[in-house]
Every structure is written in C-alpha cells, then in structure tokens.
Design a protein around this ligand. Structure first.
Ligand code: G3I
Length: 346
C-alpha cells in the first residue's frame, strides 16, 4: 500500500512539474541558441521602427527573419517601372546586424499585387516580360542577401487544382515553372521554395503540391524546399496529421520550412480570455510540433518560423476580427507557456 501511495505521489509531482514547466520560464537565452536549426519570425517594418520592446525581442530571440509584408510586390513595385526597396532593405540591414538569415517572402502570390499590375493592359508577350523583369529585378536586388525565396505562394486549391489567379490567367499554367526558372537564371545559389497553407492537414492538396514540384524537378528545374505555413489551432490538425505531412515532404527529399507557425486558441471566434487551460493546450501542441521537427534529418531542417512575435500584432486578430493569442509572447511582451514549451523541447 505504501508503495502505491509513493508512486501516486511521484506521478502527481511529476505532472505538477510538467504543468509548471509551461507556466513560466525566462527568455534570457535566445530561442535560436537552444536549437539545432534556424528559429525565425515574421517581422513587421512599422513595428520594428516604432516599438522598442518588439525590436528588442526581434534581435534577441531569433536567427532567421521573414518580412511579413515588405518583400511582397505591393510594397516592392508600387508603380510600373518603379521599385521601392527601402523597407525591405532596412529589414535586411537589421537582420545582418543581428546575424539573422533572411527568408524572401514572396515573389509570386495572388494577393498583395499592386494596382498597376492588376490593371496592366498588354499582349501575352508584354505580360511575360512584366513577369520575368519583376522576378529577376527583385532577385538580383537581394542576391547574396537572401538565403531562400518563397518563389510561389499558395498556388494550389484545397481540391488539388491550380488556383485561378492573374498570373495563371496572363502567363498560363506554366507560370510556376517559369517563376522557378527565372529565379535560377539570375541567382543559382539562393534556395527555392514553394509555400502554402493547410499542407499539414489537407492530404489532397499536399499530394498535388508534391506531384507538381516533383514534375518540375523531373524537368530539371531546381526546387529545394516546401514551406508548410502551419497556421494551426488547438483543435486542428491532429499531431498524427502533422507527422504524416512532415514525413511525406522529407520522403520526397524537400527541405521543410515550418514557415508561418502560429496556434490559434480561438478558432471559433468566441469571446475569450487566455486561460491557463488554453495557454497550456497551445503549449502542448507546440511542444509536439517541435519534437516532430527535431526528428527529421538535419539536411531537411530549413527551420521553424513563427508568424510574428507577440499576440499584440498577430495578423489573426485583424484578419478574422477576433480575440486570439496565437504567438509565443503576450500583449505585454512576456513569454507565454507557448514560449516555454518551445524552449524546453528544442
Ligand atoms: O500598410 C497598411 C497601412 O498603411 C494601413 O493603414 C492599414 C489599414 O488599412 O493596412 C496596412 O496594410 C495591411 C498590411 O497587412 C500591413 O499591416 C493590409 O491591410 C493587410 O491586408 C496586410 O495583411 C497581411 C496579409 O498577409 C495580406 O494578405 C498580413 O499582415 C500578413 O501577416 C499576411 O501574411 C500571409 C502570408 O504572406 C502568406 N500566408 C498567409 C499569411 C496570413 O494571411
């Protein structure tokens, strides 16, 4: 009887410690120093220059950076024949100063396209020139400053078909192939990624993406990696789905970038507070994701990038117009159980 009591007491203490493991921890050591692969964040230019608490965390915790918006066509090419690299270059300077890798996001996307492109009137040759000149101008500008590009972002529908977009319409179904080729023509060193969401949960979409990319490789086109965005929540997907997706990507010999990781704790847009229960559910999910990622072969570990630093500025709040706490730091720049879970499992 004594033995049973002792074992039960030990179990209770262990669970309590495990619980406390998440409840609080210090962030005095940058996350990237604890990891065997790059730990990244999405940076917002205006927060970088206006919020010292934000820029402090940005400089201390990570060794890879993705511009949340500044590297997109809407920002880089605001008018025909005119490029504005100022914000993007400031991010590159910040990254260099903090020994952070820069991940280029994104060259070709169906969103955040400047109006002059949306309204462009030209022949198919004119469009082909516009497309090639934009891609190669941007890639040349960032040559030797960017480690990799999300060459194309979100080109596949949930049912596995090619998404309709201005690029598909004006350049044709081979626009993806052409984009990868145009990059490689001017920069043979930069890594080339395809990036998309729901690849961790939608098998049909993931199969279609991998088949598309494998076909490009069969044609001799360089494709180095896949960005699984990982905009997940505490209710989905299951860890087993994430594990299956990770295995399929690496079995097909692609470097894997968990490229936009955040974990919604309020996917149903209720009126909530961040309770300990929700915070620890989020922490446990992140612990599982990090442990899965730790297990893949080093050569495929491109890194894990969180889509932001603090809940305060998460895109989810504005995009879905809801309360949410999806990131590692809270609104007061304090590490959450989510941060502690990542830290303790790297
Ligand atoms: O810069 C303007 C500002 O001048 C204006 O006052 C303000 C209000 O209208 O808008 C600001 O622009 C916003 C921009 O973010 C910068 O904050 C845009 O309206 C807003 O649409 C834009 O949202 C971005 C979104 O992509 C666009 O679809 C998010 O920040 C960004 O996190 C999000 O990131 C995408 C990835 O690139 C691809 N994967 C999905 C992910 C989430 O949608």
């Amino acid at each position: 009887m004594q033995r049973i009591k002792y074992t039960l007491l030990l179990f209770i203490i262990l669970m309590a410690c495990k619980k406390r493991e998440y409840n609080s921890c210090s962030d005095d050591i940058g996350l990237y120093k604890l990891a065997k692969y790059p730990i990244g964040y999405a940076i917002d230019y205006s927060n970088l220059i206006n919020d010292v608490n934000y820029s402090k965390l940005a400089s201390e915790q990570f060794n890879s950076v993705t511009a949340e918006n500044a590297f997109k066509a809407e920002y880089l090419a605001p008018a025909e024949g005119f490029y504005d690299f100022r914000e993007a270059d400031s991010i590159v300077v910040f990254a260099k100063r903090n020994n952070q890798r820069v991940h280029g996001h994104t060259l070709i996307w169906h969103q955040q396209i400047p109006n002059w492109i949306k309204e462009f009137n030209g022949t198919s040759n004119d469009w082909e020139l516009l497309y090639k000149i934009y891609i190669q101008t941007v890639v040349l500008h960032f040559k030797d400053k960017v480690a990799a590009w999300d060459v194309v972002n979100e080109a596949v529908n949930e049912d596995g078909t090619l998404r309709s977009s201005i690029w598909k319409e004006k350049i044709g179904n081979t626009y993806i192939e052409k984009a990868f080729k145009y990059v490689q023509e001017v920069d043979n060193n930069v890594l080339l990624f395809y990036n998309d969401y729901n690849l961790e949960s939608n098998t049909t979409k993931r199969n279609a993406v991998i088949q598309l990319l494998n076909n490009l490789k069969l044609k001799g086109i360089k494709v180095n990696g896949i960005g699984m965005q990982m905009h997940v929540s505490i209710v989905s997907p299951e860890m087993s789905q994430i594990a299956t997706a990770i295995k399929q990507v690496t079995d097909n010999h692609y470097q894997l970038h968990l490229s936009e990781l955040d974990v919604s704790v309020n996917p149903n847009s209720n009126d909530i507070l961040l309770t300990n229960n929700l915070a620890n559910k989020q922490a446990s999910l992140l612990a599982g994701i990090v442990q899965l990622y730790n297990q893949i072969e080093t050569k495929y570990q491109y890194g894990i990038t969180f889509w932001g630093i603090t809940d305060r500025y998460s895109w989810i709040r504005s995009y879905y117009n809801r309360i949410d706490f999806p990131l590692l730091y809270d609104d007061n720049y304090l590490p959450k159980p989510a941060y502690c879970a990542v830290k303790n499992h790297l």
